[in-house]
Design a protein around this ligand. Sequence first.
Ligand code: ADP
Length: 858
Amino acid sequence: MFLFRATNIIFFLLLSISTCTLAKGQTSRDAELKNIYNKSREEFYNNKKHDNNHQNSLKLCKLLLRKSSKSSELTTKTHLLLYKIYLKRKDYQKATAELDTAFQYWKSHDRFKDMAKTESYYGDIYFSQYDYKTAKKYYLKSIQSQTNIKNSSNLGYAYNALGNIEKELCNYKQALVFYKKALKSNSLNKNYRSICYSKNAIGEIYLAINKKDSAKIHFTTAKEIAKEHNYEKNIAYSTLQLAKTALQSNNSQKALKLYNEAEQQCKIINWQIGIARCYMGMGETFSHSSQYNKAINYIEKALKTFVKNNEKKSIANCYFNIGKILGSIRNIKLSRKNFIKSNRIYTEINDKKGMAKTFLSIGTTYYKEYKTDSVAKYYYKSLKLEQSIKNKKGIALCYNHIGLLKIHQKQYPEAYKLLQKSIRMGKEMDDISLIACATNNLAHYYSRTRNYTTAVKLLRKSIKYGRKIKNKKIILTGYKDLSYNYRKQRNYKRALAYHLQYSKLYGMTYKVEIENRIDWLQMLNAQEKFNTQLKLHQQEQKLQQQTIAAQKTKNLYLFIILTLSIFILLIVIILYVRDKKVNKQLLEENEKRRKAEKSLEEHQKSLVKTIEERTKELVVAKNKAEESDRLKTMFLSNVTHEIRTPMNAIVGFSKLLTLTKSPDKQAYYTKIINSNNNILLTLVNDILDIAMLESHQLKCTKKTMNIIPLLEELRDIHQNTVNETTDFIFDIPNDITEVFIFSDPVRVHQIITNLLRNAIKYTTKGHIKLGLETEKNKVIIYVEDTGIGIPKRNQKYIFDRFRRGDNNTPMHRGTGLGLSIAKNLIDILNAQIRFISNVDEGTTFFVEFERIEKTNDD
Ligand code: ADP
């Protein structure tokens, strides 16, 4: 029980410790994520590292999303930041995807305020793609959502956006309404950055409708607020707008100064687009003061940045301005080319204002070439577009241009109507430049309709306007036309005076212009030269690149082929090695099998051999057994016969002995009985001996013995038993009396006896010799006879038990034991026996003993 409780306590302790550690880990991870988010935001908004594509910020956002396991407010904010990055990069698809993710999160967490704000962001995506209709839908939706939840914190943003749309569509009045609403909302929320934005926007509208003073006031206020709050970008923006205002007010010097100031500010915050806009403004200013060389330089500089940032509208504007400058220096064709380029881009982004502007300019280029049909076509195209977007200034400008065309086509009433309309509209918009131009054109109309007085009146008016806006061109045309009209009225004095004024101003104006033009032409020449060189260089480079690319492709192919070859070679080698290995294994296995088969064969052979040997042995054994059996049978019959014969003799002669009384006969019978007794005794002894030898019971008692007396004894026993025709020879010299051996005298006696008996038995004539040969260590006793001899075929087994020679006759009775006993005894006594024998010549047996010296101890 105690153990159980203790385990429980430990478990809970561990659990609480791990929970604590986890919680601690969680907080530290949250802090890390927040840190990443802040860094990413800082990178995006401040962009101190001049990272144009916001690469760093993007990387940090992605890192954060990778690190966070589930969606949270922080990840949603990261998605919103990513949306902003992608919007800047103009990757609208990704921007929309990020926004979708963020919106879903706000929606699932009932974050209505954030949802409304996100709706505005959707609007921004469409606005950036020039889809003002859809953009407007989202902005209005955002405003509606905010009204529904009674939250106005983001109203300013949406209203500003709506204002932007109306501005783009030239609905200046409506735009102004939205901007003012935005300003109001922003002021209520004390959102100063947005206040700046609204103020600038309002200023821009005033500038568009030619209310330069009002514009200036708003820009200045915006700049002041921005300065107060250190909104660097807003300061730069307001300065840029002020410069633009100065330019529109024909104050080139001031404009340049402000553009320079704006440029410096843009550079501080590395606002590339801002810098480009400054260059563009400077270009326009230089163009205004006929410094085309500089103008083109600046505009091209701006163009580069816009192209890099894919700012299409600004790119189109650059081409338009270049076209305008080229038109001023009468390079009509090139000028038209740039207008067409500009027009294409405006068409691409569906900027109707831009399209109308460029169509009018294209028309003017044709006007300069007197191609009236084309002029009319483009002028009306422009007018139609301007009317569709209700751009008053544009419409008025078109009327003015078409009016001039109508005069040219001698369609005076239409011309008059249009020019009048233009002047009226110009007055409505307070656009003096427009009024001046239109008035000049109207004067032209009167002059053509020979109403010189009205023409003069109007020309004076136009010169007045021209002076007001410091437009030398208008003044010059005015003087020239005045001179013409006075001439027509035959007022030559005035005509001359105005002509002189014209010439003077022309000289002053065009001297600079001509100089600039020469400069320009020189620059163009140099540029063309440079361009040709550049082109040549580029072509060379291209060629080089192509060669390198070809080489690279070749190398790549070579590499691939080489790799493939190596790969194939490797496979082949592997297969080969494997094959070889398998082959080797197979060979080895085969070899093993062959060896096994061989050993099996050998084994079989040896088995067969063994079987054969065994069979042979068995046959031999069988034969032996059979032989032994046969011999035993023969032995038995022999023994029976050998026993019966002496027994019969003994019994028969014993009976006869009792019957006769003759002493001779009795002696004779007794002799026969004794002889047969001996025969029987010898036989029994032999049988007993062989039985004892067989059972290894026969014991020998060895001792040092003199062989001579023993031989003499044997001579004495046997010399009388030989028949009459045989001689018994004792072949031992008389002087030899002692020859010693170490043996058993009884057995030696028995051996020699057996040999002598056989010699006597198998010899019928000749002699029997008992002899002795001595050597240093040897004693050889021999028994020689001249009997029947032993056939060669019998010689190898005459020492075997029961074996008898096959040349024996019935006279030669025996059991086949004599030689067998002798051999056995010789083996026991460590002596040797051998014989030589020839049939019908005789036999000699040699018995060899180790000779010893007699010692005193014996
Ligand atoms: P046995 O004489 O009783 O037949 P042995 O063992 O003494 O048996 O002799 C074996 C055989 O050797 C004899 O049967 C005989 O044929 C032969 N043999 C032995 N000694 C002589 C000999 N001196 N001369 C001829 N044959 C002999």
